[in-house]
Structures are given as C-alpha cells and as structure tokens.
Design a protein around this ligand. Structure first.
Ligand SMILES: Cc1ncc(C[n+]2csc(CCOP(=O)(O)OP(=O)(O)O)c2C)c(N)n1
Ligand SMILES: [Mg+2]
Length: 546
C-alpha cells in the first residue's frame, strides 16, 4: 500500500470523520488516499491554513476528539501555527499534518523547508516526523494518545513527500483507548477535610477533557453541597449559569466582586484549571508560590500541579473521574450566605448598564439570553466585543462556547463553521469584531462551498478598539495604528451568496435575528457600535479620564 493511503486508513481507524486543510503538492499521496475515503472522511478545504487550524481546534474542543488539520510545508505550516498555539493554550486535542520536503533534501534549505521540531517546539505537545512508512501505525496511534491524554493538546506530524509515495505492507493500528486517572483516596479525603473547614470557598472549574457526564456531575456535586462555582477563562460553558450555584466567571476582565472573592476566600479549589495569567491577574491576585488562601489543586496533568502555586492538597486526576469520586462524598456546607451573596452580585452584574450608542449591546444580550436556542453554540475570536458573549450571555447546560484562550483574533468564524460541520442542526452564532472578522473573513468561501452557515454578528466600531482603549488609557488622544477602514460587510456577505444586513438601531435587531435564523445561508448581521461603547462598563471618554 502507498504510505499516504495507509495514513488515511489509519485516520479512519482512529474514528476521524472530518479534516480541515489547504492542499499542497507535498502531500498529494494523502489527498489521493482521501479520494478513496470520501465515504468516511469529509475533507473541508479552507481558504487559509489559519482558518483550517482554527476549525480543527474548534472541532477538537467541541467533540473531545482530535481535530485534524492538513497543510503543506513552509508557508502552509506557518499559517497554521496560530491554531496550534490556540489548541495548546485551550488544552484542545488536535493533530496537524504537514507535508514535508523529501528525506534526501534535508538541511539544505530546500524549497519551503522548515525544521518542525524547532518551529513548533514550544507550541505543540509533541512534534515528530515520519521517516519510515512502516512506522505510520505506531506514530499515528501515539499522536492520538498524546493529543488526548493528560492535558489535551496539539501534535504536529511532518510527512516527507518521498516517504508518503513509498510502499508499505503495514496495516493501521487499532483505535487507541485513553484511561483517565482517578483521584487517590487519601488525597481526596484531605481535600474534603480542608473544604469542610472553609467558610469562604472559591471553586473555579476549567481545563480540557470534560465529558458530558463530568459536567453533570459537577452540577450535581455543587447542588448537593451548596457550593459557589466559577469558571475559568473561556470555560463559561462548563456550568449552567441559570443554576443558582453559578456565581460568575474568573476569566479575562474579571469583575471586581469576583476578584474580591478570590482575595477573601479561605480555600481555593482549583478544579482542573491551570493557574494562568487571567485567573491570577498576572500572578498578583495570589502570592507566588504560597498564597495565604489554602489551595486544593486538581488537574489531569501532573505537570500543572505545583507549577506556580504550591497546593496544600494536590490531586492528580482527570476532571470526570474526580467529580465521580466527589459525588460519592458529602460535605458539611458552611458557606450558604457567602454563596448567596456571590450569586446575588452575579445576577445584578449580568445585565450591563445602558450603552451610549444607538445600538445597545446590553439590550441585545438581554434579548439573546432568552432567544438563543437551548443548545446553541457561541463562538468568538478576540477583542473587546468578546466581553459581550463572555460576560453578558447566560450559558445553559446544553449550550457551548468556543473561544481562544490564546486571545487569537480571527478564531470565531472558522470555529463557527467547524461547529456547523459537527452539528448542522444546531444554532451557531459567532460574535466577531470588525478587525477580528477580517482576519479570516475569507472563510465565508468555505462556508458557502460546504453549506455550513452560522449566524455571524459583526460588532463594527471601525477600529481595533481593544488596542485603542489601551492607547487612550496610556497615551491619551494620540491615536496610532488603531483606526481601520472597513468594507461594506452586507455586500461582502452578498458576494458569497450569504444573507446580510446592517443594524443601526437596537430596535432593528430582533427582526434581523429572526430573519437570520430563517435564512438558509445563515447571515452576517453588522451592528454599528458607537466608539464610546468600547467596554460594557467604561466608555472611551471614561477611559481617557483615567
Ligand atoms: C491575531 C492577533 N493579532 C493581534 C492581536 C492584538 N489585538 C487584540 S484585540 C485587537 C483589536 C480587536 O479589534 P476588533 O476585532 O475590531 O474588536 P474591538 O476591540 O474593536 O471590539 C488586537 C489588534 C491579537 N489578539 N490577535
Ligand atoms: Mg473593532
């Protein structure tokens, strides 16, 4: 068998049903294998490898199965790197295959040559090159295992062109099985003992690898013990916000009352999160390495435990196994008022204050909190516009949120297209900024070609607003490099055969959203946002005043 064909058969054996990529002459033998595999694998051809990699990342985050991305060497791989970095920071399983120069040309700076181990070394979980076609079964099995086990993450595999066109007699390895570590009973007992001493517990859940059962168990455990639950950066969808145990998110732009809760807490239960910059406010909120608060840290990867903060109780366990075990224990809750106060504060902060402009996102989010489908999938890239779906929507148990912890602009539209590929019948709504959208707007071509049509809301303030806001705070009235002149987004949508409309007043939104839902091509809804409304809680003028 051709090595390129064995590779495709190996993907089928591992359960792959979709790939995202841009073709290259470096991996023709794989493309040829995919020709034969059309009944098993849907090959989604994108317009830029950055879009493909974001799609694969979103697929991985949504399904829990590695998202597969296929790109060519050199420029294809460098374009795709944004999605690999995002998968790493998001703890998402993903495998990037890169066509590579022939084995006989290495280290001569051949056309488009890159040393992938060096290039992806710090942003991928594992990087390798398949030298010998007979090792395809072994390496593919290991790649899936690596992407899925411990803290999930991206794997990069380079495929030399001449290796792909050589023959092999090997067969695909059987589908891999992952086992999730369960908590050691003594560590679990220590955690329970410490939690029982708490008057002000702060519980923050996040990280990769959660199953549906794990999510249900988290809710059951919180309900049974009256626990206040917060979620980490970009993991808002781990917990039902309508459940009164939910008290807000501890991600970027943390609300002051949540910060205060962290400061006032006596026990912090860090549930499968890594102690990142956002949760710790740049590692200032908690003292490094031994905070005054007692720390219980559980994580699926032993490499996260004791990495920055030394926990009082460390539990090496997967989130689902941990919750299964926690659900069998009983706490003696001593924090009813603390939990209730936090919930009351959350409920008062959820609706943002009235905005300045004619299109008021506070009102639109209030509308969407009721109107979004109970199993809607929300996606975003990065920019201040993402604060709206991040903090002012209300995620229900069946809803999902896909956003980049890497803060990568341009992730939202590809993620929405991937979400449609996974669940064609679910409502998918992408929130984009005008700058953010244009990083990967060309993927509308992929959407149209594949018939994968999300609803995209473009919050257009004609600027790289996040940076402008930082600028006004530090170098007031010296606008530099942050203005952008935009295309007509409605006409742009029309060019792709997609329904588009512009909303210039809040009152127009509901009908526009209804038309978008009814549209067979999804929609682009452009929202004209006043420059003052740069954050839900501070206007540009207020930022200028300091
Ligand atoms: C790929 C990438 N490039 C640059 C940045 C830096 N950056 C962060 S937010 C932002 C502006 C976002 O503008 P827009 O999407 O219009 O959203 P707004 O802040 O105006 O709501 C920029 C340039 C980034 N995070 N990602
Ligand atoms: Mg903008």
């Amino acid at each position: 068998m051709l090595a390129g064909h064995l590779l495709v058969k190996s993907l089928i054996e591992q359960g792959v049903d979709t790939t995202f990529g841009v073709p290259g002459e470096s991996y023709l033998a794989v493309l040829d294998g995919l020709y034969d595999a059309q009944n098993h694998i849907r090959m989604i051809t994108t317009r830029n490898e950055g879009g493909a990699a974001f799609m694969a990342e979103a697929y991985g985050k949504l399904t829990g199965k590695p998202g597969i991305c296929l790109v060519t060497r050199g420029p294809g791989a460098t374009n795709a790197s944004i999605g690999v970095h995002t998968a790493m920071q998001n703890s998402t399983p993903m495998i990037l295959f890169v066509g590579q120069i022939g084995r006989d040309m290495r280290d001569r700076e051949a056309f488009q040559e890159i040393d992938y181990k060096a290039f992806f070394g710090t942003v991928a979980k594992w990087v390798t090159e398949i030298e010998n076609p007979d090792r395809i079964p072994e390496i593919i099995a290991r790649a899936f295992h690596t992407a899925l086990s411990g803290r999930p993450g991206p794997v990069v595999i380079a495929l030399p062109e001449d290796m792909l066109t050589s023959d092999t007699a090997r067969l695909p390895a059987p589908r891999i099985k992952i086992s999730e570590p369960a908590p050691a009973p003594e560590a679990l007992a220590d955690a329970i003992e410490l939690l029982n001493t708490a008057k002000k517990p702060f519980i923050v859940a996040g990280g990769g690898g959660w199953t549906e059962q794990g999510r249900d168990d988290l809710a059951a455990w919180a309900n049974a013990n009256d626990l206040p639950i917060t979620t980490a950066f970009r993991y808002q969808d781990l917990f039902d916000h309508t459940n009164t145990q939910y008290v807000g998110d501890a991600g970027i732009g943390m609300w002051a009352p949540i910060k205060q809760m962290v400061k006032d807490a006596d026990v912090i239960f860090a549930l499968n999160i890594r102690f990142g910059e956002t949760f710790t406010d740049g590692w200032t909120l908690l003292d490094v390495p031994n905070p005054k608060q007692k720390i219980i840290h559980t994580h699926i990867s032993d490499r996260e435990l004791g990495k920055i903060y030394q926990p009082d109780v460390a539990i090496h366990a997967g989130p689902n196994q941990l919750l299964k075990a926690l659900c069998k224990t009983k706490l003696t809750p001593n924090w009813a008022e603390w939990r209730k106060n936090a919930r009351d504060t959350y409920e008062t902060m959820l609706p943002a204050r009235k905005q300045t402009g004619a299109v008021d996102m506070a009102e639109i989010c209030t509308y969407l909190r009721d109107e979004l489908d109970d199993d809607a999938i929300i996606t975003t890239g990065a920019g201040n516009f993402a604060i709206w779906p991040g903090k002012h929507l209300c995620y229900k148990r069946g809803q999902r949120y896909l956003g980049p912890q890497s803060g990568a602009m341009g992730a939202g539209l590809p993620a929405a297209i991937a979400a449609k590929a996974v669940n064609p019948n679910r409502q998918v709504v992408c929130f984009a900024g005008d700058g953010d959208f244009q990083m990967n707007g060309q993927e509308l071509g992929t959407a149209a070609q594949e018939g994968l049509y999300p609803i995209t809301l473009i919050l257009n303030n004609s600027m790289y607003g996040t940076i402008r806001a930082h600028q006004e705070g530090r170098y007031t009235d010296r606008i530099s490099g942050t203005k952008i002149v935009n295309p007509d987004f409605v006409k742009l949508a029309a060019a792709y055969g997609i329904h588009g409309e512009k909303v210039t007043e809040t009152s127009q939104f509901a009908a526009a959203f209804e038309r978008a839902k009814a549209s067979p091509t999804g929609a682009i809804i452009e929202l004209i946002i006043d420059e003052q409304d740069i954050t839900p809680f501070r206007t540009m003028d207020e930022i200028k005043k300091g």
